[in-house]
Design a binder for this molecule. Structure first.
Ligand code: ATP
Ligand code: MG
Length: 469
């Protein structure tokens, strides 16, 4: 390998931001830097955004960086149409490469860029995402797939790409306008988001977008319409989604700190593992802030009760103002054993903690609006999160903060609901959800429980607005 290449590999292996600047004269915008560094550090990255923020530019940089900082790499760039692939993405690669410091190291054809001297084994290629065969048959240690307009790529092709990515240093970058609420790109921000590093970029925040264009879209469609969401905010359209809680509202709640200084009640929600693979999750909440979730696997009910009480001690130590503790655990299956044990300890040690067992299948307080208690508890949190989002959008302080936990985000925003024959909200059963997305919503449930109250207070608080004191 020649010396220039070794120097590039040594210097820029894990710093695409410097590579872009030093070698290509590309100064990344803030969000572009964040995505570039993630590509260096994670196997799969997915970016959804409004129009014109600089995705294709970013992808072209990733392609060139990977090509010049990995030994014998294979890079496949793809997009749903020939026009998008050649006239836009491939042209963008040329834009940054031509005249750059590394141009002379490479050789070009219409569909391939080779490393001079290694044309057979060191290249990037453009292939339209029209047939799965186009994506198969590459297996290399250093391989990168870049998919532009990823919402528009059909599932069999995305599956072929995912199936090809098996090497240790294989990477995938998906970018697109979130036009569709199904398919691999949608899943990468929803049910599969724990497998990806995800980003959302709004056209409003981007220095590159035309503000006249945004104004035009605002006049033409209203804010909140699907075209506005997709083309400006980088949000998936609402149209087809039947999730109770929106991804947007959940994500927003993970973004800002809320103040808990005047809150004196510690709420603990605990979802107790039922089956082998499930985890026990503890969600501590003070005021509007849910703290990082605590997770445990394979424990006895005694041990689990002990973990809950230790979590309480820890929070009481850190937050001296706490003078009230409410522990809410699911009372189904093994949960009942934990509730019993907690009650026993609290009685023996004369602790003034309230133990509140929660039965998901029991009647809702507002029986005419909700099929069961779980549906009601979830919808109460849905209302809070929607209000929190609308506060934020109107420039007011947010009131709810959730931990930035991809599994939690995925579970909260993926529970479907329907309207039953009596016109009530009925959330999908855990069993159905597990069948559909491969896991039951244990993290989400712990958080939901942390917001739930016992019957009487819940009733009065639901009527009066806020659900916590
Ligand atoms: N960091 C940067 N520095 C200079 N120019 C940039 C940068 N990022 C993007 N650009 C340029 O800005 C223009 C718009 O960016 P780009 O086409 O990448 O946006 P996009 O998000 O892919 O848009 P669309 O939503 O239409 O696909 C392009 O000409 C691109 O070369
Ligand atoms: Mg683009």
């Amino acid at each position: 390998m020649n010396k220039a290449l070794i120097t590039l590999i040594d210097n820029y292996w894990d710093n695409p931001v410097w590579f872009a600047e030093d070698m290509l004269g590309f100064k990344a915008d803030k969000w572009q830097s964040d995505v570039l560094m993630s590509i260096a550090n994670y196997p799969k990255v997915s970016v959804r955004s409004g129009q014109g923020v600089g995705k294709t530019g970013l992808e072209s940089i990733v392609i060139v960086w990977y090509l010049l900082t990995r030994p014998f790499p294979k890079v496949v760039a793809t997009a749903p149409t020939r026009q998008q692939l050649y006239d836009v993405l491939w042209a963008e690669v040329a834009k940054w490469l031509v005249g750059s410091k590394v141009e002379q190291m490479l050789e070009w054809t219409k569909t391939k860029i080779y490393m001079k001297g290694y044309s057979e084994r060191w290249w990037a290629t453009a292939k339209t995402a029209t047939r799965p065969e186009n994506m198969q048959g590459f297996h290399e240690d250093y391989m990168l797939f870049v998919v532009d307009e990823a919402s528009g790529v059909a599932d069999p092709i995305m599956e072929a790409i995912l199936g090809t990515l098996s090497g240790a240093e294989n990477k995938l970058l998906l970018c697109g306008n979130p036009t569709r609420t199904s398919g691999t790109f949608y899943d990468s921000h929803n049910r599969d988001r724990d497998l990806y590093k995800t980003f959302k970029v709004s056209s409003m925040e981007s220095p590159r977008t035309s503000k006249e264009n945004i104004e035009m879209l605002k006049r033409k469609y209203h804010e909140g319409s699907d075209p506005w969401r997709v083309r400006v905010l980088g949000e998936f359209p609402k149209g087809e989604s039947d999730s109770l809680i929106s991804l947007e509202a959940v994500e927003m709640a993970t973004m800002k700190e809320v103040n808990i200084n005047n809150d004196y009640i510690l709420n603990i929600g605990a979802d107790i593992a039922r089956y082998g693979a499930d985890e026990t999750i503890i969600a501590p909440r003070i005021g509007g802030k849910v703290f990082d979730l605590l997770t445990y696997s394979k424990q006895s009910t005694m041990e689990t009760a002990g973990c809950i009480l230790r979590a309480v001690d820890k929070f009481k130590n850190i937050y001296g103002q706490i003078n009230k503790v409410k522990i809410k655990t699911d009372d189904d299956g093994l949960g009942a054993g934990v509730t019993d044990r907690l009650k026993e300890v609290v009685y023996q040690e004369n602790l003034k903690y309230e133990i509140i067992p929660i039965q998901n299948g029991s009647d809702a307080i507002e029986k005419s609006n909700y099929y069961n208690k779980a549906s009601e508890m979830w919808d109460v949190v849905r209302q809070e999160l929607d209000e929190n989002l609308s506060n934020y959008l109107q420039g007011r302080e947010p009131t709810i903060q959730l931990p930035n936990d991809d599994k939690l985000i995925k579970q909260l925003s993926n529970r479907k609901y329907s309207i039953d024959s009596k016109g009530r909200i009925q959330i999908e059963s855990k069993k159905e959800m597990k069948k559909r997305i491969g896991e039951s919503p244990d993290r989400a449930d712990a958080v939901i429980y942390s917001f739930a109250e016992n019957r009487n207070t819940e009733l009065s608080l639901l009527k009066g607005g806020r659900i916590w004191g």
